[in-house]
Design a protein. Structure first.
Length: 338
């Protein structure tokens, strides 16, 4: 839909008179998060250029040597509703379409965080070492929204006083109050969100993010950065067509970046319902991680960078011990039978 048609579009209404945002939506896209440097002075494609760039991205994703078989399950961006985008990047401000530099203090902070992680090694000390992704309770791509290889689907449920956004990845539920309640004081992984209507646009203000979480770091986005107490997210959701919600958000954090920056990420309607996100089967990943970390500390398991070496005896010690234990049990049972 052209920009002129979007401005004339009249969204359907809920019983309380506000635009109806309900349904199933996806932000899967082939548009890069940041603008390629060779397009720094070109914020928009022509319609033909946008279609050509879209088709080239579709073709490139299908020619990967190793990738998920998303096509077989109808789960590629083009199969789930992604459309050509006139923007050459999802970042629309600063004008060059790229995230502004970090402050000197933030650069030192992030360098220290990464150094501490490396010094501690890959071992998991306790279940608290995980930010919630292994336990399947939270994923860093949901709020603020960033591009992801899959799972970027949403269900929106709306009432007069609340809007609930259900994110497919980890089945996260984001409850946005519309009744004028003040922000809470407890830091939350997805932050504390409060919404209000400005004409036909839903404006959502989110603060108080948990300091343990990080932002970005997924494929196609800049390296992850930690969230600080001054991290402030302002989002705007506008129904611009029957099959489109324009989702714009501005990130402000003077403790991290030299200036605010803004993303425009269209949500396209998709067929529901969303698939169940099982995460890890039987919820055993965290237990296995802790168990293997203790075995590695005891010298009974090769470190991760050596596990691929089949000649390393430690790399297969667990399987060997389990096989020996099973064999001994069978032998003992046979002896008793005699």
């Amino acid at each position: 839909m052209s920009l002129g048609a979007q401005s004339r579009y009249k969204a359907p209404r809920t019983p309380d008179g506000h635009p109806d945002l309900q349904g199933y939506w996806t932000n899967l896209t082939y548009t890069p998060f940041e603008r390629p440097k060779e397009l720094a002075s070109k914020p928009f494609y022509t319609e033909k250029e946008a279609i050509d760039a879209f088709n080239k991205a579709v073709e490139g994703s299908e020619n990967q040597v190793v990738h998920y078989v998303n096509t077989d399950f109808g789960a590629t961006p083009v199969q789930t509703g992604a459309q050509p985008n006139l923007h050459t990047s999802l970042v629309i401000d600063p004008p060059d379409g790229r995230i502004p530099p970090m402050t000197p203090e933030a650069q030192k902070r992030e360098a220290a965080r990464i150094a501490a992680q490396r010094a501690g090694g890959p071992l998991a000390r306790t279940w608290r070492d995980d930010r919630g992704t292994v336990w399947c309770v939270f994923h860093d791509r949901a709020v603020p929204a960033v591009t992801a290889p899959y799972g970027s689907n949403y269900q929106i449920v709306q009432s007069k006083d609340y809007i609930v956004m259900i994110y497919e990845w980890n089945s996260e539920r984001r409850v946005i109050s519309l009744n004028g309640q003040p922000h809470g004081a407890v830091p939350l992984y997805a932050g504390d969100s409060r919404g209000h209507w400005e004409g036909d646009t839903l404006v959502v203000d989110t603060v108080h993010f948990n300091p343990k979480r990080t932002f970005m770091g997924s494929p196609g986005t800049p390296p992850a950065v930690s969230v600080t107490p001054t991290f402030h997210l302002t989002e705007r959701f506008t129904r611009t067509a029957d099959d489109t919600i324009t989702h714009t958000y501005t990130v402000e954090d003077p403790a991290t970046w030299t200036r605010p920056w803004t993303v425009e990420m269209p949500l396209h309607r998709m067929k529901g319902p969303m698939l169940e996100y099982a995460c890890n089967e039987n919820n055993v990943d965290a237990f296995t991680t802790l168990r293997n970390a203790r075995l590695q500390e005891a010298g009974k398991l090769a470190p991760p960078d050596r596990v691929r070496n089949v000649e390393d005896p430690k790399a297969t010690v667990i399987q060997r011990e389990e096989n020996e234990a099973g064999g001994a049990g069978k032998a003992g049972g046979a002896g008793k039978a005699k």
